[in-house]
Design a protein around this ligand. Structure first.
Ligand code: HEC
Length: 331
């Protein structure tokens, strides 16, 4: 890893550690944890909420899901059309990087904040559509109890939060219940960094290192605004040509975007990136055909403004030209 990548990595770790610490410190005032337990946030802090997973199995939040474990927890609702699919797609990449350690020493939980609609069957269909692997449970339960869980995890914002908060990206947390280290994470984060936190730093470096993980991360060069937006908002679902190191060798959720700026009408492309949900609702034929072809997973409306969309399209265009030129050089 070059120095810049290492520096960036440390900065991100530090920022997330600080964010995490602040959240949990804020909580210590209302529920002072007992000082004897190994972790300051134990069974006296976390409720032992009864939840049901996508296969109908009943589990207890503290006893069965988090006690002594390294976990990723996020709150979703399956009808969410903006940030949840992005988060699910990002976690799917992280799961892929961690391989069979998921379900063994790292556990993934997506808890529905819309339990009335998200029955186990609905959650099972959602997990299948995103092709998530084993070791990742989707859970539902009582609405008030789930809200309480979000509060305890510092993932509930009073007032602004009606379940459809635009700031839904505050809904992901990673932690080690045993050591009491909890950190908020952003779904916009590089999947290698999340995988590294879960596979290495949160394990207190006890586990064997993630096979070749971080060293294989594509080199971080100073990205343009368009590239930065693409990497954080789009790359969890879209690869970009054969030279794209972020594809992680798995089938992408959406189509590969190399050459798309040449294939599509510019006005259509710009509108699609800004409000795909509207185009689909208006029964735009291209949008409908794409939706059917990609397992009926809707492309999320990421609420980007016009300059951001323009920057992304600029990057897609430049990257298409760049890859074409560099593949000519190779031949
Ligand atoms: C959660 C996954 C997801 C995210 C995040 C996402 N997309 Fe998509 N995208 C899709 C899916 C799925 C499709 C196929 C159409 C559908 O099913 O709605 C699609 C289709 C597209 C298409 C149409 C491709 C074609 O052949 O015309 C473009 C362009 C596109 N996305 C660009 C973007 C950009 C730019 C971003 C980031 C700002 C982005 N997408 C973020 C899932 C995603």
């Amino acid at each position: 890893m070059n120095r810049r990548a290492l520096g960036m990595h440390l900065v991100l770790l530090l920022v997330s550690a600080l964010l995490g610490a602040r959240v949990l410190l804020a909580h210590r005032t209302d529920a002072a944890p007992s000082s004897e337990s190994a972790s300051p946030w134990g069974s006296d802090y976390f409720p032992n909420t009864l939840l049901t997973d996508q296969d109908g199995r009943q589990v207890r939040f503290f006893d069965d899901l988090i006690e002594g474990k390294v976990v990723v927890i996020n709150f979703i609702f399956t009808s969410c059309s903006d940030s949840c699919p992005l988060e699910t797609a990002r976690l799917r990449q992280v799961q892929k990087l961690l391989g069979d350690r998921v379900g063994r020493d790292v556990f993934f939980y997506s808890i529905s904040i819309d339990p009335l609609s998200d029955t186990p069957e609905v959650l099972r269909a959602y997990a299948r559509r995103f092709q998530v692997g084993p070791g990742w449970r989707f859970l539902t339960g009582d609405f008030a109890e789930i809200t309480e869980l979000r509060r305890k995890l510092g993932l509930f914002i009073e007032g602004v939060d009606n379940g459809r908060s635009r700031d839904h990206n505050l809904s992901l947390i990673v932690g080690n219940q045993h050591t009491g280290r909890w950190m908020k994470a952003s779904p916009f984060e590089n999947p290698w960094i999340l995988a590294d936190q879960l596979g290495n730093s949160l394990q207190n470096w006890k586990q064997p290192s993630l096979a070749g993980s971080y060293a294989d991360a594509p080199e971080i060069r100073p990205p343009s605004t368009g590239e930065e937006l693409f990497r954080t908002r789009c790359a969890s679902c879209h690869s970009l040509g054969p030279q794209d190191g972020q594809g992680l060798g798995m089938r992408s959720i959406g189509p590969d975007l190399i050459g798309v700026t040449e294939q599509r009408d510019p006005a259509w492309l710009s509108r699609w990136i800004r409000e795909p949900d509207r185009l689909l609702a208006e029964q735009d034929p291209v949008a409908q055909a794409l939706f059917e072809r990609y397992d009926r997973i809707p492309m999320p409306n990421l609420r980007l403004d016009q300059p951001s969309v323009k920057a992304i399209i600029g990057f897609l265009h430049d990257e298409t030209l760049r890859q074409r030129t560099s593949s000519v050089e190779v031949q």
